[in-house]
Design a binder for this molecule. Sequence first.
Ligand code: NAP
Length: 274
Amino acid sequence: MDKNSTVFGFIGTGNMGGALAQAARHTIEGSRILLANRSPEKALALSKALEARVSDNQEIAKEADFIVLGVKPQLMEEVLAQISPVLALRRSPFLLVTMATGLTIARIRELAGRSYPVIRIMPNTPVSIGAGMVQYACSENVADSDLQAFLEAFAWAGRFSSIPEFRMDAGSAVSACGPAFADIFLEAMADGGVACGLSREQAMELAAQMLLGTAKLALESGQHPAALKDAVCSPGGTTIQGVRRLEEAGFRGAVIDAVIASYERTLELSPTHP
Ligand SMILES: NC(=O)c1ccc[n+]([C@@H]2O[C@H](COP(=O)([O-])OP(=O)(O)OC[C@H]3O[C@@H](n4cnc5c(N)ncnc54)[C@H](OP(=O)(O)O)[C@@H]3O)[C@@H](O)[C@H]2O)c1
């Protein structure tokens, strides 16, 4: 596969498929991006914004080097049944890219009818602004050069992390469900600021930038969050009193339980769940 002419086809241009197509557009020209969606107006609107090509599932199955499956997990069977006869006739190599929560590489191959190379990813909503966390796992027949081409094409989306596939459901509970948990924290911080007299707008700005900066500091310094927390808590000071309240309210345990609950639900929804 020549990475300078590689074609990326997106089947399903909803929230996540659309965000990934936008991310890819930062690296590759629009003429190499094909967009297909059940309600065609969504693909059409995105194609205008990205100067990409509107397509359909069959054409993408026939032409794209990377076929990015952006449909909901429960629709994957229908979509793969529809395109598998076209895939079976292909002579040129291609890869399937799946982002469907709970569907394994083995299941995708089973639905597609053959052991095609598959890259399974687990993105999160901040990919839409280039600050995402994308976990990925590959089937054994994904060539290193193809994986590199994939990572380069989507690099704008954010940070990529290789993970053993069996850990992806756990990773998903942290990084894909996590934005909802962080949003609740963010909203609550702003509520606290409003309760103390700040305007809503300013409280949101302070809370959001605080959260962003704290996460950045943890990643860039490599320091343990406990050490970063200790650095803010002066003896006899203000912050430690807030920490005391959070601990009294079981904040830490609630967050851990939220991750476990999301993980367990992912397992329940998986087709291989007994
Ligand atoms: N959202 C997240 O935070 C997140 C995180 C990680 C992984 N994911 C995964 O990302 C995938 C997409 O989720 P989403 O949140 O982006 O859902 P979404 O916004 O509903 O997007 C799915 C899109 O697929 C289209 N579609 C449905 N059937 C189709 C078909 N037969 N052919 C072509 N397009 C079809 C839908 O078209 P219509 O416009 O007609 O509905 C819709 O635009 C899911 O597998 C999900 O598990 C999502």
